[in-house]
Design a binder for this molecule. Sequence first.
Ligand code: IMP
Length: 200
Amino acid sequence: MTQLLLGTKNQGKIEEATELLAGIKGLELLTFSEHPFSDVDETGETFLDNALLKARSICGEIGLPVLAEDAGLEVAHLGGAPGVLSARFSGEPVDYARNNALLLERLQGAVDRTARFVAVAALQLPDGQTFVCTGLLRGAIVKSPIGAGGFGYDPLFVPDGSERTLAEMSLAEKNRISHRKYAWTRMGSLLQDLIEAGEL
Ligand code: IMP
């Protein structure tokens, strides 16, 4: 079995990754409970920077292949903001309702309300190889929060082709179309390929 350490302490992300990578033959997923690692400051300017920062730092510390991910919302009218500041858009401590209120304020009068969620998954191997996959969910920002499910910006985001916000969808429904789903499943294909090639 090939061991792969998930570079996150977020239980929701661990469960999501475990489910999305379950079909990969020969892969044993490990978490921080088996191999505790230090927190990594997310100081990068892009999702890619932060995903690489986490994967490389934890791989260097623990010496196992590490899969890390970074995600957030990019709003066209705001030139791609809040981007890597998505969690802390309205300051700390992280407060989703306050973030949503600030986003609506910044979009007052905006003609273009298009936005996209972005997820970047980075795989770092101890021999120096790095692999990256991106997933996108395109949509638009509504004028007031709708729905009680999900987290973060979900009550404000209507995916293209849908008439409901992500917060009105079941978790299973959201997970079939989400940015993270695409990033993780693309990474899954890559992992399978690396295992078959004997690189992992
Ligand atoms: P993380 O890197 O996945 O922790 O995401 C950082 C921030 O981006 C979160 O705190 C949310 O504000 C926002 N975000 C990322 N993915 C989602 C999502 O699927 N729905 C709503 N907000 C999200």
